[in-house]
Design a binder for this molecule. Sequence first.
Ligand code: DGJ
Length: 678
Amino acid sequence: MIDHVGPGLWLLTTPTCGYAVRLGPDDAPCCAHWGPRLTPDQARALPPGRAELPVEGGGRFGVAGLQVRYGDAVRGVEWRHLGDHIDSGHDGGHLTIRMADRHYPLEIDLHYRVRPGDDAIERWTCLRNTGDEPITILRCDSAAWTVPPRPGYRLSHVTGEWGGEFQVRRTPLAVAETTLTSRRGHSGHHANPWVMLDAGDATEDHGEVWSAALAWSGSWRITVEHDHDGHAGWSGGFGHDGVTRRLGPGESLETPVFTGVYSAEGFGGISHRWHDHIRRHVLPSPGRIRPVIYNSWEAVGFDVTQARQMELAELAADIGVELFVVDDGWFGGRPGAFSGRTGETAGLGDWWPDPERFPGGLTPLIDHVTALGMKFGLWVEPESVNPDSELHRTRPEWVLRQRNRRTTEVRDQLLLDFSRSDVAKWAHEWLDDLVTRNDIAFLKWDMNRPVTEAGDDVWIPFVRNVYAVIDRLRADHPHLMIEGCASGGGRTDLGMLARTDQIWASDNTDPAQRIAVQHGYGQIYPACTMGAWVTDSPNAITSGRAPLDFRFHVAMAGALGIGGDLPRWDADDLRQAKELVARYKEIRPVVHDGRLDRLGDWAVQYTLGPRVVVLSWRPTTLIRVTAPVRLKGLDPGGRYRDEDTGEVHHGALLMSHGLPRPWPFDATSELRRLTRVG
Ligand code: DGJ
């Protein structure tokens, strides 16, 4: 709900949160409150606080989220309020606060949106040049967020690397400016575009936490400010430092959405709200069932042949897989003319089935897969090209380069200049043709290198054109599912999740290491979007060994896939895998649609209506996790039946004493299913 509750004062109300914006004496829009719900009367008693979009000029010395230069070299903004507009829906609403510069022809709209039954507040900014000279934009953030002054603020975020994404970091917030950023043209393995602050007192279940996440898949920057009096907040948006943009006469610039979520129920409460918001309002096909996938990448690498894929498909179908995906290596090449995609060095850009590996095209394999009762999916990497490819030979001018500069190759590949409309049109055409001519239900859209050699005018249109191609494909092929990937989880953000069904969270499939990746992923992003495979033991990357049920129990915490070399699994493995896939299908609605509670570092609970699922892990024998795990969010007066043992437990005791865990000494993981029976 959004109300105009006084002159220059607006109050946004969500089920558990209140947000007040007030114009300052100089007309600058300021945050008056972000926290628990307020009455209009309480909101009226609040003075304006920090700026909603900090600008340069006057006695302002902090981080400027909006930095502009006019034709006469004057900088900054002096605010003038033009009006407002509120679109009210049932419990939701969209507020536009219309502002302009007092002198220069620049209009600035601040947008706020709340949705019924949802605690998230979505914010973005729109600039318009209403004059007849260009304006230079050095920075235009989506929004700044302010938290109330408190001693001891703490910053939570994730760091990482390839194979080790989403590592949660929780550190005292420096009395300084702390910048989280990606300059890589994608959201990054090393960081992720979200931030959380708490006053150092929040736990998993208690205390106030303020957070925000950016819906952008290119470079980004979030700068958190903290002064010695305990004032704190952050400004964030697309783009990284040093990239400027020209806003021509009549042109406008709209930023991505920067969504804020507040919870007084600790880090768990924040995650619940993010998961609900993303599932209901961000994902393009809410409620869609994520099929159990088989993906051959770890099993065969680039050795993709029709015969081997057919053999894998037969075994996959037998254990209950629902969708069979052929990864990298199916395309490119002309016999006797140039190489196909038999390794990293060639073929990217040549999006036709390799005539040697698939002499009859993809149809025989797709027919085989569908006859086995599975859907078919294919890996693509539309933004990239190998120098050794037909595309590069015929369209060298499509490569993203800068005059007089070396062109950087990463993984033997270059990037296409996706900011060009002809490149985006070409990509759309071959993708559309691929999914129109073939019975393809799923694409894995990969991007295996960062952006380099991009001019100032490339960074934003590059991402927007990627979005446009995916959006059009989805609109024209509503059945199509898409998995986002960038060498694992390198492009995971609300922008990608608005147009994909799931994300390949990491190339590291070692279950003992993946627990931490999944723990970080799930702080914001819901389990139904988290691709997770069961692969071989020893693990291809880490050489770590793990029993099959442990591998399954970790992957079952997300959107399950199988990635092992099935012909090497023995009959016992295949039989056990079949049982575990069936078990997963039965708990899938609870895992994907239920509330996720973290029970310490080594267990998660999902609750949906009367059903409860608990997955717990003991990743090394050094960790003797034998203490009972205490469940959360149950009805204390309820009784819950253990579906495997038949025992009935009191809700109150499950929460205070915990779930009895009669683990045998050598067990490494466990799946428990409970149903409320009274
Ligand atoms: C990186 C992805 O993360 C892998 O799963 C796989 O698809 C490879 N790219 C293929 O090149």
